[in-house]
Design a protein around this ligand. Structure first.
Ligand SMILES: [Zn+2]
Ligand SMILES: [Zn+2]
Length: 258
């Protein structure tokens, strides 16, 4: 079976506070360059028949409006941190127009987070108009969403297990600072890798710029885009010019064909 052609759209490429960060007057946060404006990190993955998002950020509503996403079939969650789940309430618009529950794929750790943060979605007596979701439990085993086969990859964000996802030749890793050797094998052979690169300085739970570059080179991935970027990384154009061949910073609205 051949893998379907996919279109990938970067819905957001910023770290948890977004860029610009509220109340910050730094050069990055006051930059006029559109590429220095980053919603929280998420991607849209589309085949000819299936549309899914990875994570629902606090900017989910603005992201869906910006990209004019009229149909959404599923949500895949990486981990339960607020910047990756906060937008879930806004899927109710799709419930309304599609007349059905939203298919949600999450591991048990993320499901616990969703049940805590969105208790009303899971209550016995549901108030009308709240989101309606159909939960699917995923692990590190492959699964399929519509016509899109997905390989989850287990990565670590300090001590928290996070799911990265491989779609054919494209792998997306959002929040990680450690990957075990066995899981690296699942990434090898990807033509495009997206990985988090928070800033230049080291961080307790995210790869910094050099660690992200090292990972791309170690895995011999020909093309890579960095995401989950902090205002502390620096100006998009300046940092982008310093990167090795084949590696770029992602930006909001960037589209790839894979
Ligand atoms: Zn995050
Ligand atoms: Zn996180």
């Amino acid at each position: 079976m051949s893998y379907p052609d996919l279109s990938i759209t970067f819905l957001g490429t910023g770290t948890s506070g977004g860029v610009p960060m509220i109340a910050c007057g730094c050069d990055v946060c006051t930059s006029e360059n559109q590429k220095d404006k980053r919603f929280r990190s998420s991607i849209l993955v589309q085949s000819s028949t299936t549309t899914l998002v990875v994570d629902t950020t606090p900017d989910f509503r603005s992201q869906m409006l910006r990209e004019n996403v009229k149909k959404l079939d599923a949500i895949l969650f990486t981990h339960p941190h607020k910047d990756h789940i906060a937008g879930l309430d806004d899927i109710k618009a799709y419930n309304f127009f599609q007349h059905k529950a939203m298919e949600v794929y999450a591991n048990t750790l993320t499901q616990e987070g969703l049940k805590r943060e969105f208790y009303y979605i899971f209550s016995e007596n549901k108030y009308p108009g709240i989101p309606n979701i159909n939960l699917h439990t995923i692990t590190d085993k492959p699964f399929t969403v519509g016509d899109i086969p997905v390989i989850p990859i287990l990565v670590f964000h300090l001590k928290m297990p996070v799911l990265a996802f491989r779609f054919g030749d494209f792998t997306y890793i959002t929040d990680a600072n450690r990957i075990d050797e066995t899981e690296k094998e699942k990434i090898k052979g990807s033509k495009i890798l997206v990985v988090n690169a928070l800033r230049k300085k080291e961080h307790i739970s995210h790869f910094n710029l050099q660690e992200a570059i090292d990972l791309v080179e170690e895995l011999k991935i020909p093309k890579a885009y960095f995401t989950h970027i902090s205002h502390q990384l620096g100006l998009h154009d300046e940092i982008n010019n310093e990167l090795p061949d084949g590696i770029q910073l992602a930006w909001d609205g960037l589209k790839l064909r894979v």
